[in-house]
Structure formats: structure tokens, C-alpha cells
Design a protein around this ligand. Sequence first.
Ligand code: SF4
Length: 286
Amino acid sequence: MSSFTIAKTILGGIYNQTLLASNSKLDKSTDYGHHNVGLSLAPNSSSGYDMCVGATPGCISNCIFSSGMGKFSTVQAARIWRTRWLVEDPDSFMMALVMSIVRAEAEAKRLGLKLAVRPNVFSDVKWEEKRIPMTSELMDWLDSYHIHPDKTNWPTIITLFPLIQFYDYTKLHSHDREIWEHNGHGNDGNYNLTFSASAENHEYNRRVIEYAVDYGYRIAMVATQDVSSNQLRDMWERPVIDGDQHDLRFLDEEEVLVRLKPKGFGKRDTTGFVFTPDSKWTPPRK
Ligand code: SF4
């Protein structure tokens, strides 16, 4: 069976034609003119494969993977299954993802909205490196949607759909992400990244955030309600915005701190991941 047939069969049989779904936060995007969908994989090593190599001990403990709909074992199992599919048969998975994006775009058009895709809802995969195999079956299928990629140069989802806005949060250093290097240290293309800080004294986290501070990138951080935004603004020396209003980070200015509320296990954090009035961690300075 070809990768294309596997992709079509699995999508049709299990996933109701799409790997992409919304959630309560992504749903808020409608008010901002976007139909927002994401790919939910299984974080860290919960599937047996590490999908978050930049994760810190605190973010692993607080990961919202198992809160909300993730409380249900069937939902967790589906995320694990998708992750194994991506790692064990990437060709058919990438084709299924392409089909899902085309379907989501059609839905966005039907709703009169722009499409925004977050491919890492619970993962930190470098999508700029994941190539889509251009087999003749997939080319013919894309042709029927008036999409004509270069067969000799396998695209990524980012390059195959240049008019769709992709975005993610990442804990990976820029040197590990081709997208930052190719954009010349910028968020100019259609894949927009926000650095995700943990309020832990963790060496890798510190280096990643130092980079974001040096180059003026957006940083997201979870802080408790009793930390005032003025305190965060003075600490970080940058404007603070409420990141829970919506998830469309690419609409935000670059050099801001995106403040997020603790959710799930984060409400009872003991690791230092969530910033509190007692946190000893201080952000790096330019
Ligand atoms: S990097 Fe993100 S998705 Fe991965 S374990 Fe940490 S919080 Fe969860």
C-alpha cells in the first residue's frame, strides 16, 4: 500500500478526515478573524519518542497535556497514536497533515476567516525540517486543489502553504531551528515562533531566553495572579500582554512578554516553573 493510500485510509477511517482540531483557547481566535486549528501530539517522551528536546523538568511536570480534554485516557491515547504515526511512518503522516491543512483552509474560507495553524500544541517539533514526499499520487491530489509544488524540491508544510500562517511556542534554541537561521534571526515568514520561558534556574532555559532577550523576540511566561504586570514589566524591561485573550501570537508585537495564567498542574506548581512573588529567578539582561 502506498503512503498516500495509508494517509487517506487512516484519515477517513479514524480521524474524520483531519488531524487538526480546535480547543477552547484556539476557538477564541474567531473574534480576531481567524479559524485556528492545531496538531495535538504527545509531549516529552510520553509516546516513547521525545517530542520536546528543550523541555525543562518544570515544564514537563506542568505540561497541560493531561488537563482539559487531556484528562480522558482516549484523548491521551489518540495523541500518543498520532505521535507514533509521525515518527514511525513520517511519509504517510506528512501526507495526512497536508490533506488536513487543505481541509482546514476550506473550512476557514467557508467561515469567512483566515486560517492559522499551530502544529505544536503539546510538542516542540521542528516543522521547518519535516519534508513532504512529492509522490505522483500526492501531486495529482494537490493539483485538483490548484496547488502545484516543485516535485524536485520536497516542501515542508510551511513552504507548501506560503499564504497560511503557522505559529508555535518553542523551548528550542535558535541554533537548533533552521527557521530562525534562514529568516536571519527574524519572524518574517509564515512560521512565527515565540520563546517559552520557565521560571527555573535551568541552564538550557537560561541560554534560550538570553538569546530571545538579545535579539528582541517575544517571550511567553506563566505567572501567578499575585504577580503584578508592572512587576513583570520592570523585571523584563518590556511591555507585558495578556496571552490568554487569544492564542494568535503572530498578531502581537515582537519584543513583549506574553503573560499566561497557570493551568492544570501549573496551579499547584512546586518545581519553580511558574513565576510567583517568591521566585528567585531573574530574567537575563540585554
Ligand atoms: S516543551 Fe511544552 S509541550 Fe513539551 S513538555 Fe514542556 S510544556 Fe509540555
